[in-house]
Every structure is written in structure tokens, then in C-alpha cells.
Design a protein around this ligand. Structure first.
Ligand code: HMG
Ligand code: MG
Length: 334
């Protein structure tokens, strides 16, 4: 890729919607993904195959009406119907639609689904990519996936190996790279070692999550210097910036990461979402804000800003929340 090409991974349908308080039907998710594809997003995180039991209380309550049937709570909670979503959505050629997978059970669900949809020239597979996730602290890892970081890496290893054998691309995430909601300041050397472990498993890229959104350009720079520097430093081309905007610094943090050579940015249309295991944290940096910040710069990015603004306004309206994209609000108000 050209050195000044910035790639956006649109995570709104997964990271965004997983924490929304209102219930979102699979059909709306399909429409969101289809609109994002039309607007030129080349990578769209479509959902997750996680345990329905691991739904945070606030979301759980909202999903009970949606997910409960005569048999109690079905498998369809929270990231409900990701299988349905990825089977129904339009898969544009050359695009990627990763789904989050926490363990072998989640991978099995995905592989069963893929077996039911053998690809043909006119119909690409529902997805060709998974994302696996660990964290920089045991405290967060336990809250999010019920195991320590070391245990999570051991659990993810066979997931990555099997997925690669099946021809899937594997992306990795490290959460809480700046601060942890349960243990405070994070040791950046831990971010580095966990990222290295994910690359060693065969991840083509590791996305660094400022899950709580407390980072600022100074701490982001220090963290990246640690991760990319020294012996065995990780190359910028294999890292992505995944920043939440709790303190309003996410755009500045993204620009810092780009300045340091990172060329992949995770963002969510309308700044959707938050993290269920990071109380008080707000959504991802808004895709529209990142696109606006890069406008007229030496960097180029795929996607149509005006179309993204329309999608941000539409989905915010539908969710009954204020559009969290500042650029989106400003452009809509014109
Ligand atoms: P556990 O309770 O230790 O797992 O959870 P378990 O193996 O004991 O299973 C418990 C029950 O869940 C069993 O059901 C399993 O069958 C079922 P039962 O037998 O009791 O009826 N189960 C599953 N069902 C469906 N799909 C599965 C699955 N696995 C087990 N894959 C586990 C461990 C990892 C499963 C759980 O903790 C989990 O699903 N965690 C995910 C939580 C989550 O979704 N977090 C949000 C995503 S991460 C994030 O947002 C951060 C990120 O954006 C980056 C950043 O911002 O930092 C990526
Ligand atoms: Mg996130």
C-alpha cells in the first residue's frame, strides 16, 4: 500500500452496537453494514460469536425481551444473530467483514455457518476473517473473558491455528493499552509482549485498544514508543489504533499514531458504542471525525465522508441517541 494510505476498519456494527442500550434487530445491522459498504468502507467488523451469558447487566435486561422465548434465553443475546447478519449482508468483493471470536466454541459456530454457505463466484463466503482478543492486564481479561492474560493467550492459540488452517485471516486485539478500569495504569511492556504473542500466533495485525479512552497524545506516544521500540519492537505496519473517545482526545490520539507510522485506524460511524466491561467508557472515535481530520492532508482514506455522515445521522436517530460524531453533527447542521 502507498505510504500515505490510511486504512479504516469500521467497527460500528460490532464494537458500536454491542454496548447500545436499545435492542437492534439483525435486519438493522444488515442495513447498517450494507450502507457502510456502499459508502466505501473496505473493512467492516460485522459482529461477534461470544457467550450470550457474558452479557453485561444493562444490556442483558434489554435483551431479555428480545431474546427470551418459551425456552428461556436463547443463544440470541447481545451480538444476537451475528450468524444471521453475516449470512444476509451484502459481501462486496475485495472487502473484509471480520467477526470477533473469543474461543474454540465461537470458531466452531462460525465454521458451521461457513460450511452451510459454500462460496461461489456470485456469492462470497459470509466472512473470511476473525478477530481474537486479549488484554494488557489480568484484571480486565478476567472481567471480559473470565481468564488471565496468559490463559487467554493459551486459549486463543488453537483458535488462530484452526482459523488459519481453514483459510481465514486472523486479526488480534489487545485491550486496555493505556489504563485499565480495574487496575489503573498499564505497563506498556505488557502491551508489547501480548501484541508480540498475537503476531506469533499468526495474526496479520494487532489492534491496540485504548478501551477506557483515557489516553492523550503524550501517553499514546509513550505506549507506541515502547511497543515499537527496543529489541523485538513491533513494526508499525502490523499495528492498528483502536481508540475510544471518553475524554475527547481520540482524534488527537489517532493523529499521533499516524504520525508515528501507524496506517490502520479502527473507528465507528457516529462514534457508536462503548465497552461493556469498561464502565463509563464511551464509543470509538467516530469514523466521520477521522475522515474529516485527514481531509486535505497528505493522507488518503477510502470512503465517502458525506455518505458516512448520513449513515451516522441515520443510525443515531434510530438508536435515539445524539450523534457522537462532531464532524457529523456539524455537516448535518449545514
Ligand atoms: P466462560 O463462562 O468462562 O465460558 O466465558 P465457558 O466455556 O465456561 O462457557 C459458559 C457458557 O457459555 C456455556 O454455556 C458455553 O456453552 C457458552 P452453558 O453450557 O452454561 O449453557 N459459550 C458460548 N456460547 C456461544 N458462543 C461462544 C461461547 N463460549 C462459551 N463463543 C467467554 C468465557 C470467553 C466465552 C466469555 O467470557 C465471553 O464470551 N466473553 C466475551 C465478552 C465480550 O463480548 N466482550 C466485548 C468484546 S471485547 C471489546 O469490546 C474490546 C475491543 O473492542 C478492543 C478494545 O476496545 O479494547 C475488541
Ligand atoms: Mg473497543
Amino acid at each position: 500500500p502507498a505510504p500515505n494510505r490510511v486504512k479504516i476498519v469500521e467497527v460500528g456494527p460490532r464494537d458500536g452496537l454491542q454496548n447500545e442500550k436499545s435492542v437492534i434487530s439483525p435486519d438493522v445491522k444488515v442495513e447498517l453494514i450494507n450502507r457502510l459498504g456502499k459508502a466505501g468502507m473496505t473493512a467492516i467488523e460485522a459482529g461477534s460469536f461470544v457467550s450470550p451469558k457474558w452479557v453485561p447487566q444493562v444490556i442483558h435486561q434489554h435483551f431479555i425481551s428480545y431474546a427470551t422465548n418459551a425456552h428461556g434465553i436463547t443463544s440470541d443475546a447481545k451480538m444476537a444473530g451475528t450468524g444471521e447478519v453475516i449470512s444476509k449482508m451484502t459481501r462486496l468483493p475485495g472487502r473484509h467483514y471480520p467477526v470477533l471470536i473469543p474461543n474454540l466454541k465461537g470458531l466452531e459456530h462460525l465454521l458451521n455457518l461457513l460450511a452451510k454457505h459454500p462460496p461461489s463466484p456470485s456469492s462470497p463466503p459470509p466472512t473470511d476473517e476473525i478477530a481474537i482478543f486479549s488484554a494488557a492486564t489480568d484484571e480486565f481479561s478476567k472481567a471480559n473473558t473470565n481468564c488471565t492474560v496468559a490463559e487467554s493467550l493459551a486459549r486463543l492459540e488453537p483458535v488462530a491455528t484452526t482459523a488459519l488452517q481453514k483459510g481465514l485471516r486472523v486479526r488480534g486485539y489487545v485491550s486496555v493499552v493505556i489504563t485499565c478500569p480495574y487496575s489503573g495504569e498499564v505497563d506498556y511492556t505488557k502491551v508489547k509482549s501480548v501484541s508480540r504473542a498475537l503476531l506469533d500466533m499468526g495474526c496479520y495485525e494487532v489492534s491496540l485498544g485504548d478501551t477506557v479512552g483515557t489516553g492523550n497524545p503524550t501517553s499514546i506516544r509513550e505506549m507506541l514508543e515502547t511497543v515499537m521500540g527496543g529489541s523485538n519492537g513491533l513494526p508499525a505496519q502490523q499495528l492498528a489504533a483502536h481508540f475510544h473517545d471518553t475524554f475527547g482526545t481520540a482524534v488527537a490520539n489517532v493523529m499521533t499514531a499516524i504520525d508515528m507510522g501507524i496506517r490502520t485506524v479502527d473507528s465507528a460511524v457516529g462514534g457508536l458504542g462503548g465497552c461493556p466491561y469498561s464502565p463509563g467508557a464511551t464509543g470509538n472515535v467516530a469514523t466521520e471525525d477521522v475522515m474529516y481530520a485527514l481531509k486535505d492532508s497528505k493522507y488518503s482514506v477510502a470512503g465517502d465522508l458525506e455518505a458516512m455522515v448520513d449513515i451516522g445521522a441515520w443510525i443515531s436517530d434510530l438508536l435515539g441517541r445524539q450523534n457522537a460524531s462532531r464532524a457529523g453533527r456539524a455537516i448535518t447542521a449545514r
